[in-house]
Design a protein around this ligand. Structure first.
Ligand code: SF4
Ligand code: SF4
Length: 74
């Protein structure tokens, strides 16, 4: 019983980890620095701000170059 519950909890944690990604807030000034450093090229220019796509591997490279702190882990 306890082992089964533990396995279920572990599965939920794994799903949450896999689905984690970076997102861009309205502080974005569209400088493009994040898109330049993204190793999987998943950041594209949107109408009012840059946007992170589903391919994000949550590496954090974009976060360290953003001048306004607009991009961060969700
Ligand atoms: S680095 Fe920051 S401010 Fe520049 S485009 Fe990316 S999210 Fe926007
Ligand atoms: S966290 Fe890494 S993979 Fe995700 S958008 Fe930023 S640079 Fe790209």
């Amino acid at each position: 019983m306890l082992v089964t519950m533990g396995k279920k909890i572990l599965r939920v944690i794994l799903i949450l980890e896999v689905n984690k990604m970076h997102v861009v807030s309205d502080e974005c000034v569209k400088c493009g620095a994040c898109a330049d450093v993204c190793p999987v090229s998943c950041i594209t220019e949107g109408e009012t701000k840059y946007v992170v796509g589903d391919a994000c591997i949550d590496c954090g490279a974009c976060e360290s170059v953003c001048p306004t702190g607009a991009i961060a882990a969700e």
